[in-house]
Ligand binder design. Structure first.
Ligand code: SAH
Length: 359
């Protein structure tokens, strides 16, 4: 048996790379298709269980390759059906991912980093700072783990990159993950069913505009002026509102698709009628839809959620100006699985306590 680290990590290989790796070790290239089907379509992670391969081949594969997968450490279920998962990675770090059923589609919300460097003023993950980037295999691994845990194999689902982290701050691994997810022999998830949410890191956004595999785009805008946005989203001091909007106008959109603009409403900060009117002017001429997200308040977040009346009035002003607008219903609030509430609190617990809650 070779040492564990002599094994190649299957989770990190796109199919063409797997074909090359197989060939280099003397296997037939077409085995990559079979392996992808086993891993992503059927959820089999143990080469010994890949029963359409010869016994000898299975043994060789098991010796040559490994497939590390995130493990579910803890799982919370909300009264509305939303489930939050605490997943443990190979190095012991933990991340969170969320399953949101019946919206009406099934959606997995996954992370792209452990923590986040963006430090948005109202976001709990931002308080952690960046711990590290996830690898493509870890990003896809969340989908593998959640499909298993929620029995969603052979069910269509959407993916939103709205968990922990800033996807465009981990560009290469995120794009690689999207290619693995899209592989026709694997999950076969069309990029149309994936939404990438970003604060708008301009150079990366422009690079994204040239990608062959293009997800739907959501921009975390949150304020219509640089003065306001700079306070909430610190990176705005580098890439300002007008530059982001210009980049959005240039962004190649598929027919009938639009860019989503997320706008977290904070009482007395960015929720005035005047802010709504400014936002409407800013987005005139952009193929947009606005997603208003009343703040999910939590201890440590120095803002409050506006009243329902204020939220409705804000939405009406946008609608009157012919913008498409939705108010995001907050899901999973009782288990803190709602937007921006992903922060690994479990680190405070011991491993033993974790096990106790899992079982
Ligand atoms: N970094 C990316 C994706 C992760 S955050 C981004 O910023 O888009 C996903 C969304 O949740 C973002 O729009 C973010 O601004 C929002 N969010 C963060 N904290 C929140 C909170 N406390 N209440 C409501 N939405 C929040």
């Amino acid at each position: 048996m070779p040492a564990v680290d002599a094994k190649q990590n299957l989770a990190e290989l796109e199919r063409p790379a797997l074909e090359d790796a197989l060939e280099a070790r003397g296997y037939d290239r077409f085995r990559a298709r079979q392996i992808f089907q086993w891993i992503y379509r059927r959820g089999v992670i143990d080469a010994e269980a890949m029963t359409d391969l010869s016994r000898e081949l299975r043994a060789r594969l098991a010796a040559d390759f490994a497939l590390p997968s995130p493990t579910v450490m803890h799982r919370d279920q909300s009264t509305d059906g939303t489930q939050k998962f605490l997943l443990r990675l190979g190095d012991g770090r933990t991340i969170e991912a969320v399953f949101i059923p019946d919206t009406p589609s099934m959606t997995f919300c996954i992370s792209t980093q452990v923590g986040c460097a963006m430090a948005c003023a109202f976001c709990l993950t931002g308080k952690m700072g960046l711990v590290r980037n996830l690898t493509a295999g870890e990003i896809v691994g969340q989908v593998r783990a959640l499909v298993d845990a929620t029995a969603m194999r052979n069910v269509r689902f959407n993916i939103v990159l709205m968990g922990m982290g800033e996807p465009l701050h981990n560009y290469d691994e995120t794009m690689k993950a999207l290619r693995i997810l899209a592989d026709a022999h694997g999950f076969n998830i069309s990029p149309r069913r994936i939404t990438l949410s970003t604060v708008g890191l301009l150079p990366a956004l422009e690079k994204l505009a040239r990608e062959p595999v293009m997800p739907n785009l959501a921009i975390s805008l949150h304020a219509p002026t640089d003065l306001q946005r700079g306070e909430l989203v610190p990176i705005n001091r580098k890439y300002g509102v007008d530059e982001i909007i210009e980049a959005c106008k240039r962004f190649p959109l598929k027919r009938r698709s639009r860019i989503t603009f997320e706008y977290v409403l904070l009482a007395g900060v960015n929720d005035r009628p005047e802010d709504a009117r400014r936002l409407a002017r800013l987005l005139a001429g952009v193929k947009s839809k606005v997603n208003l997200i009343p703040l999910n308040a939590a201890a440590g977040i120095p803002f409050e959620r506006p009243s329902d009346e204020v939220v409705s009035r804000f939405a009406e002003i946008l609608a009157e100006r012919h913008l498409t607008v939705a108010v995001r219903k907050s899901r999973g609030r009782d288990i803190r699985a709602a937007c921006g509430q992903l922060i690994v609190e479990g680190q405070k617990r011991s491993a033993g306590q974790h096990l106790a809650v899992t079982m």
